[in-house]
Design a protein around this ligand. Structure first.
Ligand SMILES: [Fe+2]
Length: 258
């Protein structure tokens, strides 16, 4: 899959679900660190990173009122939220993506070793390895991200997150992945990512900023990947978020230069 298209779509997801600000960038960087540490070939590292950028692609299909709801979700809202895994996978299939590594991360990143995850309730090695490894990254970042109730995060949050991952290693998470992540953290090999735990803005993930060309790529990808019952104005609404962000970013940088 084209890296620029992946990046463009990843940015749109980030803009739709503001709670994920900078999450996409961080998980793709953790994915790179983890994959390189285990000696994954370069091309596979890039696929794993693209899977990371797109893991929550299906949130485009979850209503805003559910994504932004403060507090806990009602059972039917939670079911709708869980569907983001399959919705994202289906979008990628419609885009013609066949790389199993990307598809596996997107579909199966909420599966758990003991079968209590979703969407397919897979257990142990039934869960594709890339998804088992990405689940650790995603959970770590969720536990160390800013939230409405969490103003600042730092070393303490990172240590707490590792303990939490360790307590669920073997039941929810792949023990080998938890152990590797802890080692990378201890050795300071994730420090350049951890410096951005308190960032409120998204980053230009794998390639450059939201230029008109990137927005055009996103528009085409959204149209091609949309479900058949997509309301006609939804792609435009999603893109208007990105256009506003791009305009805001360019005016902010020109202000800064003045
Ligand atoms: Fe997810």
């Amino acid at each position: 899959m084209n890296v620029e298209v992946a990046n463009a779509l990843g940015r749109i997801v980030e803009l739709k679900d503001r709670s994920t600000a900078a999450h996409t960038w961080r998980v793709s960087m953790y994915a790179q660190a983890v994959a390189e540490a285990v000696g994954v070939p370069t091309q596979r590292v890039m696929s794993f990173m693209i899977g990371a950028v797109l893991h929550d692609l299906g949130k485009l299909d979850v209503p805003d009122e559910i994504l932004a709801k403060p507090g806990s979700l009602e059972p039917d809202e939670y079911r709708r939220m869980q569907e983001h895994t399959i919705a994202g996978w289906e979008r990628l299939r419609r885009l013609g993506v066949t790389d199993p590594l990307i598809l596996d991360v997107v579909r199966s990143h909420h599966e758990r070793i003991d079968g209590s995850g979703y969407p397919d309730g897979l257990t142990g090695e039934q869960i594709p390895k890339a998804a088992r490894w990405f689940a650790v990254i995603d959970a770590f970042d969720a536990m160390t991200s800013l939230r409405p109730y969490r103003d600042e995060v730092g070393e303490e949050a990172a240590m707490h997150a590792i303990l939490e991952l360790q307590s669920k290693a073997g039941s929810w998470y792949e023990p080998e992945a938890v152990e590797l992540f802890r080692r990378l953290l201890d050795e300071g090999r994730l420090d350049s990512i951890l410096e951005h735990l308190n960032d409120r803005q998204g980053h230009d993930s794998l390639v450059g900023p939201l230029t008109p060309e990137v927005l055009e790529l996103a528009r085409e990808a959204l149209l091609r990947s949309s479900p058949a019952d997509e309301p006609p104005d939804r792609v435009d609404r999603l893109l208007s978020l990105a256009r506003a962000e791009a305009t805001g970013a360019s005016s902010a940088s020109s202000d800064g230069g003045a």
